[in-house]
Structures are given as C-alpha cells and as structure tokens.
Design a protein around this ligand. Structure first.
Ligand SMILES: [Zn+2]
Length: 343
C-alpha cells in the first residue's frame, strides 16, 4: 500500500512537473508570439506611418501653404502653370519705381529698373535677382521653351527667352502680371526734365550714382498715349522729356537740376540746336513744392549770372501724366554705343 501511495505521489509530482514545464513552454511561445506581433506591428504599420508623417512635415515647395490664399485665377497661373491673356495684366504697361515680388511667397524677383516694354503684352525684365528663379525645359507647345518658376515656392512665373536683341542684356523674362506683386519704393523720388532731344538728356542722368532709373517719354501736352510720330508731326504740345527716379539720400534735386542747366541752352524758345518745335522746349516738371522752389531759385540765379546774354525761357510747371516713349527710344544712345546725340 505504502509503495502504491508513493508510486501515485511520484506520478502526480511528475504530472505536476510536466504541467509546469508545459505551462512554461506555452508562456515562452506566447511571449515570442507577442514579440513577433509587436515587431510586425512596428514594421508594417507604425514605421510607415512615422515615415509618412516625417514626409508630410518636411516643407517641400509645392505642398507648402504659399498657395492656399491665392484666388482661383492666381492658382490657375501660378500653381497650374497657366498664362494670363496678353495686354490684360496690371503690370503690362506699368513703370513705377519699386520691386516685384512673387505673389505667392513674397520673394524679391525683379527690380522695376530692369523692366522694359517688349511689346508682347506681358511684363518683361532683362535682369533677375541672383538665385531668385529656377529654369526648366517646357515642351507644352510642342517645342522647347524655358519655364521660369520662383526658386523659393516653385510658383510659375512665365518663360525666359534669349537672343532677341531687345535690350543690351539680350534676355527677356516674360512674366505673368498675376504671378508677381509690385511694391513701391517709398524712398525714391522723381524728377522730370525736358531739354531737347530726349536721347541725350537721358544719357546725362542714366548712370549717376543715386539715380535708380531713367525713362524717356512725353509730357505737358493735351493728348493721351501719344506716339513719337504724333509728337513730332502733330500739335500735341507734348515735350520730349526724361523721368529720373532717384534716391534723395544719395543725390539731391539741386545736383540734378544743375546738370540740367549746364547741358542745354535754356534761352532758346522751343529749340535746341537744329531741333526746332515745341517738343524740344526747355522745361522742368516739378513733383513737389520743394522741387518748384529749387527750380525757380536756380533759374533766377542763372538769369542773374553772366552765363547767358538772353533771358531763360525754361518752363517751370507741375508734372502731369508722363507717357513713356516707345521702347526703341529708351536708353537709345547707350544701346548704340554712343555718348551723345552728335547734333
Ligand atoms: Zn515664390
């Protein structure tokens, strides 16, 4: 009996040991399965999510919110690489002094001093700020063109063309008005002088330190948007003039007007040398009372000096609308390698 009981106990103990051993194996297996599950969970679900999140939070140009506040028409051009109709953009025929920034991200792209009239119906610039744009090949029209986009936000600007010989830079950045925004340079001022053929007068001022830009055009007459032919052969009363945009902290109106007095004959009525007609009259078109005072004072001083035997006939009148002349008149002598009209 005792032996039977011992045998029974031994068997139970073994059974107990086996049970414990089996439980341990099951626990180990469960633990391994859990590890495998979490391992798979991490690599199949969590890891891709993390990578995906990292990708989404990395700022890449075209998914940045630079474009979220654009109007549908702005998006059509800037994001979807559309084109505004020619001669419709707000900056096509626009020559105020300041800078042009990307409409989407505000990056400084062009200066107004580099803007010219290409006659194509879109704003044209012959120089761009260093590193401001990116160029890529574009075959949308079946032939290769060079698309230009903002380097900061990748917004579409237009195309760039070279070799057209429109300006000395020989480059035309053809830009949609809607892709850019103009910011006026408040520190710059304008001075407008008429002193005969505007080609030579522009060259007097064009390269002076403190002069931001010069444009030749027509002012003081009674017709709108006059052409050179109309000014020459019709009684428009417009004068050939130069609009000088300058930084008064670098060059004063006093200095500019001294150059004006010294480089033409202000005593010949409606005439400079062989050029005869009201379009060649001597005139100062002042933009504020300070310019008016300086113009009148310096005219009086010159009249009282013995420089001229006859009285000065220069008009000193308020500036009216300045009509920028045809592009081929702009920087005319510079483009042709001449320093003066040679008249
Ligand atoms: Zn931009």
């Amino acid at each position: 009996m005792k032996i039977a009981i011992m045998a029974l106990l031994f068997t139970k103990r073994n059974m107990y040991i086996n049970t414990r051993h089996s439980t341990k194996i099951v626990k180990n297996l469960t633990y391994s399965a859990c590890k495998l599950f979490y391992f798979m969970l991490y690599f199949c679900i969590v890891s891709p999510l993390l990578i995906s999140c990292q990708t989404k939070t990395t700022p890449t140009p075209m998914n940045h919110n630079y474009f979220e506040n654009l109007s549908p028409e702005e998006k059509r051009v800037i994001v979807d690489k559309g084109t505004e109709a020619p001669f419709t953009g707000e900056y096509d025929n626009f020559y105020e002094a300041g800078i042009f920034v990307c409409r989407a991200c505000g990056s400084h792209l062009y200066d107004s001093s580099d803007k010219f009239d290409a006659g194509c119906g879109w704003p044209a610039f012959d120089t761009v700020k260093d590193g401001a744009i990116k160029k890529t090949s574009d075959f949308d029209l079946g032939y290769e063109r060079t698309e230009i986009t903002c380097a900061k936000c990748d917004g579409h600007l237009g195309h760039v063309f070279v070799g057209e010989n429109l300006t000395p830079e020989n480059t035309r950045h053809c830009v949609n008005s809607i892709s850019v925004r103009f910011i006026a340079d408040e520190k710059l001022k304008k001075a407008t002088f008429a002193a005969g053929c505007f080609w030579g007068v522009e060259e007097l001022f064009r390269t002076l330190k403190g002069v931001y830009s010069t444009d030749v055009g027509y002012i003081g007459g009674h017709t709108k948007n006059p052409t050179y032919k109309e000014v020459c052969y019709e009684n428009t009363m417009h004068a050939e003039a130069v609009e000088v945009v300058y930084d008064p902290t670098q060059i004063s109106f006093d200095e500019l007007i001294q150059l004006f007095w010294e480089n033409h004959n202000p005593t010949t009525l409606n005439r400079q040398g062989p050029d005869v007609g009201t379009q060649y009259r001597s005139a100062v078109f002042f933009h504020d009372s300070e310019q008016e005072d300086i113009a009148k004072r310096t005219k009086d001083e010159l009249d009282k000096s013995d420089k001229f035997s006859q009285s000065i006939v220069t008009e000193i009148v308020p500036a009216q609308t300045f009509y920028r002349a045809e592009e081929y008149h702009q920087e005319y002598l510079f483009k042709r390698g001449k320093g003066s009209c040679g008249i």
